[in-house]
Design a protein around this ligand. Structure first.
Ligand SMILES: Cc1cc2nc3c(=O)[nH]c(=O)nc-3n(C[C@H](O)[C@H](O)[C@H](O)COP(=O)(O)OP(=O)(O)OC[C@H]3O[C@@H](n4cnc5c(N)ncnc54)[C@H](O)[C@@H]3O)c2cc1C
Ligand code: SF4
Length: 496
């Protein structure tokens, strides 16, 4: 596990301080699996460090971080503190302030689990109100790292294989290779017990623990993915299938974000699968685009635009988060499916996050910060830096278009085409009005109507605005009335 604060430090003259703060774990109603992951990874890492000759002061189950820090200083009398730059906005400064209270100078080392540097984003920003597109940034990262490059050219002569990576699921016969799983050892079982003791009232199930919590296991998961599952990642990247949680998605985000895997080694391993004929180029490019493109891009967006970014609400959304995001009590099959995945595993794949959970919140007009906090608390891979650009930017378009040039808004058409959900649903995906009509339809058109003026100025949305304006007036009135009723019901906490 890389940590730049340890690199170059002398094990004989250093103590590694690790603190589990119960107060920090209770700051949001974090999903239990997310807390287990963090405690289990920390405890295994402490063992690895000891085995490598480091002295570790591990303070488990502490009520409060600052008190535990003070207790360490009292016992060990350190002369300075060395920390890695924190991913969460403002956290490095808070740690420095705490150290200064104890008279300790601080050395801050660069973050370890990103590939890009600030200049990679900043040099693409030009002029007032400028924005960087993911595509421009991604190509620059490919050139910089040489990943999937043949000299100065992209492998296969194209930067983008998106067209090949959007297949809807066939009606029958789609099977996915099972993913590697990692049952809990004694240390992980101890972490599970800690979480049940201190966070028993938090949401989510711990279930059968199956995620890697050591670097060795994370590498095994990466290898398994690249050998057996990466080849089919591309075609079904955007598809949704009832009962299928992982499909061909990697489930590597938790391991990458917590520091068990470095994003560059992940994409290099994926490239090797292509170069050795184990996975098709379209799949590997699609995967590399997610890690070297999207992941790096959201990191840099966060670093560049915080702290005001998290408060953005460009579309003036005002609906409180509907109750079914928490309890799963809804008649909408797609939403039940997505929420049940999250409650049971703290995971849902990207299209469920974006086109079901996020899309619904966008078109219904959910307050961005409320949606953000729910996503942040409930996902095993959720951290401030990655959640803000994904939830507030990509899903809710509340950043005014910094992350996406147009909102990822869709009616039931999209879900009906890309999934096998609608046939299992009590709603009709073809109807927009009436009690049986799919709520996505009325809310989608109402969303267009509410933002008509803004979207008319967006060349990628103009055609939809025209389509709305071209519908019969009576239909438009009925659709808006249905949307109003749905929003009213959600406000009142009634089922939808
Ligand atoms: C509303 C919303 C919330 C999200 N919250 C998170 C989050 O808290 N943490 C998180 O890591 N990702 C988040 N994502 C991005 C993406 O959905 C997840 O990274 C992905 O679903 C993780 O599952 P996986 O490892 O199976 O990914 P795969 O589909 O296998 O993708 C491969 C890898 O690409 C990276 N990746 C892909 N898309 C993104 C992205 N948009 N931002 C950052 N990394 C990306 C991840 O490291 C992921 O492991 C969110 C997306 C949306 C729309
Ligand atoms: S009909 Fe609508 S609510 Fe039901 S599964 Fe399809 S998109 Fe979801």
């Amino acid at each position: 596990m890389r940590n730049s604060a340890l690199a170059g430090a002398d094990p004989a003259r250093s103590i590694v301080l690790m603190i589990e703060s119960v107060a920090r774990g209770a700051m949001l109603p974090y999903h239990k699996r997310k807390l287990v992951l963090i405690y289990a990874v920390m405890r295994h890492f402490a063992e690895d460090l000891r085995a490598a000759g480091w002295r570790v002061d591990y303070r488990a189950e502490q009520p409060d971080f600052a008190q535990a820090f003070a207790a360490h200083v009292a016992v060990s009398a350190p002369s300075r503190l060395r920390i890695e730059e924190q991913s969460e906005w403002g956290m490095t400064e808070r740690l420095c302030a705490l150290a200064h209270e104890h008279g300790l100078p601080v050395d801050v080392t660069p973050p370890s689990n990103v590939v890009s540097e600030p200049e990679d984003y900043d040099r693409l920003l030009r002029g007032d109100g400028a924005r960087v597109t993911m595509e421009t940034f991604y190509r620059a990262m490919r050139v910089k790292t040489g990943v999937l490059m043949d000299g100065a050219e992209p492998a296969g002569g194209r930067w983008n294989f998106d067209r090949e990576n959007r297949s809807p699921p066939p009606k029958t016969g789609l099977r996915f290779a099972p993913r590697a799983t990692f049952p809990p050892d004694a240390i992980t079982r101890g972490a599970i017990a800690t979480v049940e003791t201190h966070f028993g009232d938090h949401p989510g199930d711990i279930g059968d623990w199956d995620l890697p919590v050591t670097r060795t296991d994370a590498l095994a998961m990466l290898d398994d993915f690249c050998e057996r599952r990466l080849d089919t990642f591309g075609p079904w990247q955007d598809a949704m299938v009832a009962g299928e949680r992982a499909m061909s998605h990697s489930l590597l985000s938790a391991a990458i974000n917590v520091g068990l895997l470095h994003p560059l080694e992940v994409v290099e391993r994926a490239e090797l699968a292509f170069r050795s004929g184990r996975a098709r180029l379209a799949s590997v490019e699609g995967f590399v685009r997610q890690v070297l493109g999207w992941r790096e891009f959201v990191w840099r967006t966060y670093r560049c635009w915080m702290p005001e970014y998290k408060e953005r609400n460009a579309l003036g959304a005002d609906l409180p988060l509907p109750a079914f995001y928490r309890d799963g009590q809804t008649r909408m099959f797609c939403m039940r499916e997505a929420v049940s995945h999250v409650r049971e595993t703290a995971y849902a794949h990207h299209i469920l996050r974006l086109m079901v959970l996020g899309n619904f919140a966008l078109i219904a007009g959910v307050v961005p910060r409320e949606a953000h906090d729910w996503f942040h608390a409930m996902f095993v891979d959720g951290y401030d830096w990655v959640m803000a650009p994904n939830a507030i930017g990509m899903a809710l378009h509340a950043d005014g278009g910094l992350v996406g040039t147009k909102p990822y808004a869709a009616s039931a058409n999209y879900i009906a085409k890309m999934s096998n959900y609608c046939g299992r649903c009590r709603y009709d995906p073809k109807q927009a009005t009436g009690e049986d009509a799919c709520p996505f339809n009325a809310l989608y058109w109402d969303f267009i109507a509410r933002n008509e003026r803004r979207f008319a100025a967006n060349h990628r949305m103009r055609v939809i605005v025209r389509a709305w304006a071209g519908r019969p007036a009576a239909w438009r009135v009925a659709v808006r009335e249905r949307a109003r009723l749905l929003r009213e019901r959600m406000r009142a906490g009634a089922p939808v």
